[in-house]
Design a protein around this ligand. Structure first.
Ligand code: PBG
Length: 327
């Protein structure tokens, strides 16, 4: 078969307007969710050294950021709390005056156009940095479930729109759903971090959230990076337990997993471009080794092309601005 010269794919790449018209993947600011690290106090603004341009913020400092995000069309914000005190059980996780409930309430008031997501995990709140309570030196799955549900309830009571459990305990979606329903929060959504790998790409986050485990690692609850059939199983279980959306995390190194999940569910699929993915782009761009803005957009486009409807990314505001500028 002699396709050429009849077939010339270059014809549709000839001008920017042609390319724009035939594009198969369109990013939109409303897809983006900006992760934020919330600390106690007022006037606190600590830049995270390994994540340039990203800060630990007190609630008062977070309000202008939320308003900026809203004004450029970013879809939402997800909050991670760094509490005043930590203990074995992570009790600060469900303190109604804790950083996440206060952030949620403030953002609902000052930037109501944003979807307010609350991450649910105990690792930022436990003295040992593990995602649940310990029995000996292992995380006790079943004893952790009611504690996660208490945290979820505190965040829903503060006004969170989406509860996002990232702990990777088995059965937590069902327990959180039941607790929310019993308390009259039947209309509050759950986005489960269904497919969360035990990843070295979380390194900078653990500095930002002071949540590195004091000993051991998270390999007995987070997924093993080589596995994808297991990802299907996690998603199927969470859907049966009542998840409204499912997440894959990290994003860039797991594009095949995002596609696999997209193919098996009709629910919205979220993907989390995690701290290490962000920091690598920033570091290489600082050295002048890559064009940081273009790599930012290309990495986000790849995640959307793989099948993500929602992208959690530290680039949310910059990417939303770039999209507006290119319109
Ligand atoms: C757990 C949690 C983590 C991240 C999001 N939620 C860290 C972990 O599992 O150790 C990582 C996000 C990132 O790296 O940007 N609360």
């Amino acid at each position: 078969m002699t396709d050429f010269p009849l077939q010339r794919p270059r014809r549709l790449r000839r001008t920017p307007s042609l390319r724009r018209q035939v594009t198969e993947t369109r990013l939109h600011p409303s897809m983006f969710v900006l992760p934020v690290f919330v600390v106690p106090g007022t006037g606190v603004r600590n830049e995270i050294p390994s994540m340039p341009g990203t800060y630990q913020l007190s609630v008062d400092e977070l309000i202008p950021l939320a308003q900026e995000a809203e004004s450029v069309g970013v879809g939402g914000m997800i909050f991670f709390g760094i509490p005043e005190t930590k203990d074995e059980q992570g009790t600060s996780a469900w303190d109604p005056q804790g950083p996440v409930p206060r952030a949620v309430t403030a953002v609902k008031e000052h930037a109501p156009g944003l979807v307010a997501w609350a991450d649910v995990c105990l690792c930022e709140y436990t003295s040992h940095g593990h995602c649940g309570v310990l029995k000996g030196d292992v995380v006790d799955n079943d004893a952790t479930l009611p504690l996660l549900a208490r945290a979820a309830l505190a965040y829903a009571s503060a006004g969170a729109d989406v509860i996002a459990p990232s702990d990777m305990m088995d059965g937590r979606v069902a327990v959180i759903r039941g607790t929310l329903d019993d308390a009259g929060f039947g209309d509050i959504a759950i986005c489960s971090y269904s497919v969360k790998y035990s990843s070295a790409f979380y390194g900078p986050f653990r500095d930002a959230a002071n949540s590195a485990p004091a000993f051991g690692d998270r390999r007995t609850h987070q997924m093993d990076p080589p596995n994808v059939r297991e990802a299907r199983r996690e998603v199927e279980l969470d859907v049966r337990e009542g998840a409204d959306m499912v997440m894959v995390k990290p994003a860039g190194p797991y594009l095949d997993v995002i596609r696999e999940v997209r193919n098996i569910v009709d629910l919205p699929v979220a993907a989390y471009q995690v701290s290490g993915e962000f920091s690598m782009v920033k570091a290489a761009a600082e050295r002048g080794w890559i064009d940081g803005d273009r790599v930012m957009m290309e990495s986000l486009t790849g995640i959307a092309r793989a099948g993500a409807d929602i992208i959690l990314t530290y680039f949310a505001i910059d990417a939303a601005r770039a999209l507006r500028a290119s319109q």
